[in-house]
Design a protein around this ligand. Structure first.
Ligand code: GLN
Length: 544
């Protein structure tokens, strides 16, 4: 029987609802239950694929090629369960579905309304494909009180009636702020936030209260009393040094116990949290530190590189070192050589991440050149790999005008738009100037690695599958010319047409990949490329 835990947030946004949901899922999983997490987003975009990284942070791509909210990245990192397209629904998606059905005449002449038609579509999105689970955790984006989230709250209110108390639970995340002038933690915002929920007919059974210091027993009782929950179900969510401390911290506060109690499930005994203890031990007791420069464009908004940031931390866990990230705006390298040397001198590794558009690209090319010439470990991801190839074409192969068609027409399209490619037995096509939404090469694709190459050694296999999100590709027609300079095309699509990986065998560690390995990395199973890159940086720092 699948039980549903609905997670809402109140008082302010950015309290870490996604991480709280993921941590609860990890705790239930550690007790042997099968879990799945879903996110309902109240905005009108059909998916976050077309939203600016400044607005929305990273777009997380699933195996089946959906562009989703970055919280799905947390879900995967905490549970190891791969998300699918159906695990993220937005208002835009729900409305397009309902309007498409209305046009088809599916509603048989009925007046189509928010209740019941939109709410029914939301309920379907929640219930769809959950039969083989013990728990489905459904996070509602936004903050209670927003106009946008009302249909979602109404839908989950109805689900409570449809499924019954034994199969549903409402968990509300709030803030208990410390007021320095009063010298007190204040519970009033929490009380108001719960009232907002009660106004729409939802009574939470558990409150997760974020605060920067322990919640005194008195305040806990007060919250319980005013908000109509058991005192044991007022869980204090203290600020922690790393997000990976949340499962153990919530467990110590009795969260999983209380959830199981609510559902009438056995809650004696302890969950197996040994994997989380190992992760924390490696993070809290590092044997050294490496400094990695991440040369990108959206460096002022770290949320746009969420998975990358986490994957680098995982690489540190694998090598028991602290990874200190130095976010560098590539544009500073565009006014001459001095800036590059000054900024990158002494770093132990250089990473050029994914990106879009011409702005900042010349600076990224300069960073690649510096890493190649100074033999500093280099990792290029997606756009970073494309810039590495352009750098090679210009500075080693003498193709002065080498460029990407992403930046406009060019005589030397070393990176160019692919209009056709194979996915399994299917041929996928796109048009130049077509829609921007959902038209990239998206999701998991197979690649074959060259035997004996560094990547084959890193992965320990020659057959891999990784997630993609890009429109442009390195042009295979340049392969021979570029390989003559010493750049090896060490991974290709199974049909041999799309370059997936390039490397310099005579460099200590220089790998560029067309896909996004950061999306697959987990704290308890760091991605081999990130472990390998950090290991090379450790050697560069002469820590071994
Ligand atoms: N802008 C490049 C492309 O579309 C790279 C995309 C990326 O780095 N994700 O191919």
């Amino acid at each position: 029987m699948t039980r549903f835990v609905f997670i809402t947030g109140g008082v302010v946004s950015s309290l870490g609802k996604g991480i709280a949901s993921a941590a609860l899922a990890a705790l239930l999983q550690a007790r042997g239950y099968r879990v799945r997490l879903r996110k309902l987003d109240p905005y009108l975009n059909v998916d976050p694929g077309t939203m600016s990284p400044f607005q929305h942070g990273e777009v997380f791509v699933t195996d089946d090629g959906a562009e989703t909210d970055l919280d799905l990245g947390h879900y995967e990192r905490f549970t190891g369960v791969h998300a699918t397209r159906s695990d993220n629904a937005t208002t835009g998606r729900i409305y397009s579905e309902v309007i498409a059905r209305e046009r088809r005449g599916d509603y048989l002449g009925a007046t189509v309304q928010v209740i019941p038609h939109i709410t029914d579509a939301i309920k379907n999105a929640v219930l769809h494909d959950t039969d083989d689970l013990d728990f489905a955790l459904i996070e509602i984006g936004g903050t209670v009180g927003d106009i946008e989230s009302l249909p979602f709250l109404e839908a989950i209110r109805q689900l409570r009636n449809d499924l019954g108390l034994e199969r549903t639970m409402f968990l509300h995340l709030t803030l208990v702020p410390w007021i320095p002038a009063a010298g007190e933690l204040k519970t009033k915002p929490t009380q108001h936030s719960v009232k907002e929920l009660q106004n729409v007919g939802i009574q939470p059974q558990m409150l997760l209260c974020r605060s920067d210091r322990p919640l005194p027993e008195n305040e806990r009782r007060k919250i319980a009393n005013f908000c109509n929950v058991r005192p044991q179900a007022v869980i204090s969510a203290l600020d922690v040094d790393t997000i990976y401390a949340c499962p153990i911290s919530y467990h110590e506060e009795g969260m999983d116990n209380e959830v199981l109690r609510h559902f009438g499930l056995p809650h004696e005994g302890e969950p197996d949290l040994s994997a989380w203890s190992r992760v924390l031990d490696a993070m809290r007791n590092p044997e050294g530190e490496v400094r990695i420069a991440v040369v990108g464009k959206y460096t002022s908004l770290l949320d746009s590189y969420k998975s990358l940031n986490e994957a680098l931390i995982h690489g540190g866990i694998a090598n028991r070192v602290r990874v200190k990230l130095d976010w560098v705006d590539s544009q500073i390298f565009e006014d001459g050589d001095g800036a590059v040397i000054e900024r990158l001198e002494g770093v132990h590794g250089i990473l050029v991440p994914g990106g879009f558009g011409e702005r900042g690209s010349e600076g990224k090319i300069e960073a690649v050149r510096f890493a190649r010439e100074h033999k500093i470990p280099f990792f290029g991801i997606c756009f970073g790999m494309q810039m590495a190839v352009i750098e090679c074409a210009r500075n080693l192969a003498g193709i002065r005008d080498a460029s990407s068609t992403e930046f406009g027409p060019t005589d030397q399209p070393v990176v160019g738009l692919m209009t056709e490619w194979a996915k399994g037995n299917e041929l996928l096509r796109r048009r130049e100037g077509g829609d921007l939404g959902g038209t990239m090469r998206l999701g998991a694709y197979d690649a074959t690695l060259v035997t004996g190459s560094r990547v084959a050694e890193v992965y320990g296999t020659t057959e891999i599958r990784e997630r993609h999100r890009h429109r442009y590709e390195v042009n295979i027609h340049y392969r021979e010319t570029l390989e003559e300079t010493g750049l090896l095309f060490s991974g290709l699509s199974p049909d041999g047409i799309l370059p997936e990986i390039v490397e310099y065998p005579d460099h200590p560690w220089f790998i560029g990949v067309q896909y996004h390995p950061e999306l697959m990395s987990k704290p308890f199973a760091p991605h081999p490329l990130f472990s390998g890159f950090i290991a090379a940086s450790v050697r560069q720092a002469r820590l071994v």
